[in-house]
Design a protein. Structure first.
Lengths: 115, 113
């Protein structure tokens, strides 16, 4: 069964510092990979996705992620953290064989940004 | 943009009550999902539906049922609410291709007392 691991349930960074949120997955086939962000008391919003093609994908709000098949990783980065980036971040994976294939979500990483 | 609307943001119900959580999408999306979200556990799939009157169990269907009489509406039913069903409930929708990712509603925070 597929699984998604997010290293660190809570990450703190200073404003202006690099943000790195880690995601590893287990999948025997090339997956579809997603990062979602959840602000307090809201639903999840798609940040970026990898389906096919370029392994470095750019998303909204200055975030990007790189798909590394050899490492089964899809880490999320942002060069300079902003206070508004404080939120919960979820990595997710789907084998994508059919449109209703299950999407497996990681446990989430809570990002705090220190002024 | 697809809008996914969940009827209640906050709900407080008593143990043993029958609870209905409603989700409506304003696009012609085929697939709809109900997840519950708990701290440290991420999102867990309760039920999903890929067509009207069709439903499939997810990973944690026990204590829940669903109804999809119309394409745009997917209801989650707690037959007899219990305190361990206190959680955030999220509805999501996606079209025929997963490549666009899910669109989520704002969530319903349910407290069972």
């Amino acid at each position: 069964a597929q699984s998604v691991t997010q290293l660190g349930s809570h990450v703190s960074v200073s404003e202006g510092a690099l943000v790195l949120l880690r995601c590893n997955y287990s999948s025997s086939v090339p997956p579809y990979l997603f990062w979602y962000v959840q602000y307090p008391n809201q639903g999840l919003q798609l940040l970026l996705k990898y389906t096919t093609g370029a392994t470095l994908v750019k998303g909204i709000n200055g975030f990007e992620a790189e798909f590394k098949k050899s490492e089964t990783s899809f880490h999320l980065t942002k060069p300079s953290a902003h206070m508004s980036d404080a939120a919960e971040y979820f990595c997710a994976v789907s084998e994508g064989k059919t449109s209703y294939d299950k999407v497996i979500f990681g446990p989430g990483t809570s990002l705090s940004v220190i002024p | 943009d697809v809008k996914v609307t969940q009827s209640s943001r906050y709900l407080v119900k008593r143990t043993g009550e029958k609870v209905f959580l409603e989700c409506v999408q304003d696009m012609d999306h085929e697939n709809m999902f109900w997840y519950r979200q708990d701290p440290g556990l991420g999102l867990r799939l309760i039920y999903f539906s890929y067509d009207v009157k069709m439903k499939e169990k997810g990973d944690i269907p026990e204590g829940y049922s669903v109804s999809r009489e119309k394409k745009e509406r997917f209801s989650l039913i707690l037959e007899s609410a219990s305190t361990n069903q206190t959680s955030m409930y999220l509805c999501a929708t996606v079209d025929r291709s997963i490549v666009h990712g899910y669109t989520f509603g704002s969530g319903t925070r349910l407290t069972v007392v």
